[in-house]
Design a binder for this molecule. Structure first.
Ligand code: ADP
Ligand code: MG
Length: 350
């Protein structure tokens, strides 16, 4: 360990770029058979058998995608990995490697990056992923993190968002809207803290929604469940931008329409009570909130018996022909066109 000067603040300059990379990555172990060479050469080496490979990248920028005033760096590292793994699982593939690139200003001490990498390492352990490389550079102001995830699956299992068919069932895992409401709580507490720095937020009654915002879990378990239930979804996407936006992606890419039933959308009781407290409509939040990292998929009706008793899955609607359009059927049985950002109750068809 380096000496901690200045109350646990070791400046990055003390280590230099190569010292920093070594310090941050030396505790990571390689566990995947497909990783031939990880960190430490000009490029990593991977070897896969007869699988297809999926690759996905996300870029997270301080002030745009995260606010370090309430996001602990450990959680940020964990979440940066989760958002990428979620994209791999959305292809019905198994994630196996990540690369992590960071741009960081002198404002951050080494200890901050150690925290970030603790979160990354926890994610790698929990999800059985190897860290195989990345890049490290300086930034003039904020923190930038880019993660690339690599996964694999047999060609016949890989699931695109472009292959839903009319009459397929539209299914979602878990519940939606919680991460957005967790963010509302964190933003509110930040505003309170600004006025009164001695205030101690009591977040217990919001524990679930705050955790969904700060520490989302990608649905690796669902990919394994599909295998054991012998299901290959007819299409799939992960919910990063909000349920309605993702449904519209499936509809547009698959050239289909859909009916989504408001009363079927799975909401956690904490989402409902917090929406009441903020006086906002929980359906709007479920449709437009985002960052749920649940999976939205379609299955052929013949597969319905395989999912029907499973608490992980909720059937929320069905696919129609393209010319029927994409609609929300409200609790009051009104048909409203789905729009990507929220929905306008005034746009009723009736
Ligand atoms: P190069 O000069 O060839 O780009 P680098 O000095 O940037 O190499 O990286 C050296 C090794 O460390 C490479 O294996 C690279 O993938 C890895 N690496 C660099 N930065 C990071 C990081 N932030 N996290 C994980 N691995 C990293
Ligand atoms: Mg480099």
């Amino acid at each position: 360990m380096l000496e901690n000067k200045d109350q646990g603040r070791t400046s990055l300059e003390e280590l230099g770029e190569f010292g920093l990379i070594d310090h941050l990555t030396k505790h990571f172990e390689i566990t995947q058979k497909s990783t031939v060479k990880g960190v430490g050469d000009d490029a990593a080496i991977l070897a896969f058998s007869d699988q297809q490979i999926v690759v996905t990248t996300d870029l997270l920028i301080e002030g745009v995608h995260f606010d370090l005033s309430y996001v602990p760096l450990k959680h940020l590292g964990y979440k940066a990995v989760m958002v990428n793994l979620s994209d791999v699982y959305a292809m019905n593939a198994v994630a196996s490697q990540i690369t992590v690139s960071i741009a960081v200003s002198n404002r951050f001490p080494l200890e901050a990056l150690e925290d970030l990498y603790v979160g990354i390492q926890t994610a790698c352990k929990n999800y059985e992923i190897d860290l195989i490389g990345g890049d490290t550079t300086s930034s003039t102001t904020g923190l930038v993190i880019s993660v690339t995830a690599i996964g694999q699956a047999p060609a016949e299992k890989i699931t695109s968002r472009a292959t839903a068919k009319p009459n397929d069932l539209l299914v979602v895992t878990g519940d939606v809207g919680a991460a957005y409401m967790g963010l509302q709580i964190l933003e509110r507490e930040k505003a309170v803290f600004k006025v009164n720095p001695n205030s101690q937020p009591d977040l217990e009654q919001y524990a679930y929604i705050v955790e969904r915002q700060l520490k989302p879990e990608a649905r690796k378990d669902i990919i394994a469940l599909f295998t054991s239930l012998e299901i290959v979804p007819s299409s799939m996407i992960d919910i990063s931008d909000g349920l309605s936006s993702e449904i519209l992606h499936i509809c547009k890419n698959s050239k289909v329409g859909c009916n989504l039933y408001e009363d079927k959308i799975p909401l956690d009781p904490q989402v409902i009570s917090t929406c009441e407290e903020f006086d906002i409509d929980s359906t709007t939040i479920a449709l437009s909130g985002g960052e749920d990292y649940e999976l939205l998929f379609t299955i052929h009706q013949d597969d319905y018996p395989k999912i029907k008793a499973n608490p992980n899955f909720t059937v929320i609607g069905h696919i129609t022909s393209e010319d029927e359009g994409a609609h929300l059927i409200t609790r009051g049985n009104t048909k409203i066109p789905l729009v990507a950002r929220g929905w306008n109750a005034l746009q009723s068809n009736d």
